[in-house]
Design a protein around this ligand. Structure first.
Ligand code: SAH
Length: 341
């Protein structure tokens, strides 16, 4: 008797098996909150899964496409530091380092510049425990790399700070609005499915990213003095001409339905560079293609080609083309350089 009563009671506070069930029990939650849970919740969060990035994962990023990307960013770091008069201590902070590939490439090229590397400390800001383990393995030979979960925890005080964020801002949760009304996700008992409420016309939906605004302030605080590099897909169109609903879900390199895949697929949005740029006093905005070409990616490639075998030469040329060509990542991805000197 007693045992049965106990079993019935316990069903009231069990943890729902999925985010869909969670919303069903909990009631409507904002798009922003849903995104936060879908990405970071200790049980439902997508970023608890380590195999998200790369050819075998759900999406591929520039450093995974080619070593040339990290090489050029490493050369950019050295050039910025030299332009600032080669200050004595350097601190590179990377936000959301994924598999650790970008930092591996940056360190392997900056390693050739002794006075730079001798003055260097690296901090990686990563929320996902499984990816932190991957990064620690990738970077184990460097004893000046440290990990943090939040940028606010990273110590300040270097003579020169460099902050790098590649495909980081696109995964921060956004708010969506239909007119003045905030958009929610709710469970519809009739359809036994999640729906957006209000549904809204995707073309006229407005988006804001409050976390990006707070983070930008924190970046400015760290860059005193220093430079930053935010690379992501998105646009710099004015609020009036912005795209509407840009929330997208990707699973195994394929776009999938946001609501059906909540918690299982990567969720991201197109970064609003118009707003982001307005948050920094001094910055330069351009496409990834222009940025890499101006930095001399062609010269770097020509140099590497001379010592590469045919297979490596093929990798280099296809990689460079994917990074730079307007039809591939060159136009879609944008670069915001931030200067706080
Ligand atoms: N920069 C990497 C990975 C991009 S994917 C690359 O270019 O390959 C996004 C990365 O940001 C992942 O490492 C993810 O775990 C991390 N991340 C996402 N949200 C985060 C947050 N709020 N705080 C810290 N890291 C976060």
């Amino acid at each position: 008797m007693f045992r049965h009563a106990f079993q019935r009671d316990s069903s009231f506070n069990h943890t729902p098996s999925s985010l869909r069930e969670f919303i069903r029990y909990q009631g409507p939650i904002s798009v922003e909150k849903a995104q936060e849970l879908a990405l970071y919740h200790h049980e439902y969060g997508y970023y608890l899964n380590a195999s998200t990035i790369g050819n075998g994962g759900d999406f591929i990023t520039a450093p995974e496409v080619s070593q040339l990307f990290g090489d050029m960013l490493g050369l950019w770091c050295i050039a910025q530091w030299q332009q600032a008069g080669s200050p004595l201590s350097i601190h590179i902070i990377e936000l959301g380092p994924g598999n650790g590939t970008l930092m591996q490439d940056i360190l392997s090229i900056t390693n050739q510049k002794k006075d730079f590397i001798d003055s260097l400390t690296v901090s990686l800001v990563e929320i996902c425990p499984a990816l932190t383990i991957k990064q620690k393995t990738a970077l184990q030979r460097y004893d000046y790399v440290y990990w943090y979960k939040h940028l606010e925890e990273v110590p300040k005080g270097a003579d020169f700070t460099i902050i790098i964020a590649n495909e980081f801002f696109d995964c921060l949760p956004i708010k969506q609005f239909v007119g003045e009304e905030e958009r929610y996700i709710t469970y519809n008992e009739q359809y036994h499915d999640l729906i957006f409420s209000p549904a809204g016309n995707p073309k006229t939906i407005k988006e804001t990213c409050p976390i990006a605004t707070g983070l930008s302030r924190e970046i400015t605080r760290h860059l005193s003095p220093g430079v930053g590099l935010i690379i992501d897909y998105g646009d710099s169109t004015t609020p009036e001409t912005r795209l509407g609903d840009t929330l997208q879900a990707v699973y195994k390199h394929q776009p999938v339905d946001v609501l059906q895949s909540l918690g299982f697929a990567d969720l991201s949005h197109q970064v609003d560079f118009f707003h982001l740029q307005s948050l920094f006093e001094s910055s330069r905005f351009q496409t990834q293609g222009d940025f890499l070409l101006t930095l001399g990616v062609e010269h770097r490639m020509a140099k590497l080609m001379k010592v590469a075998n045919p297979e490596q030469q093929f990798q280099l040329t296809t990689g460079a083309s994917r990074l730079v060509a307007p039809s591939e990542m060159g136009q879609k991805f944008k670069v915001l350089e931030i200067f706080n000197l």
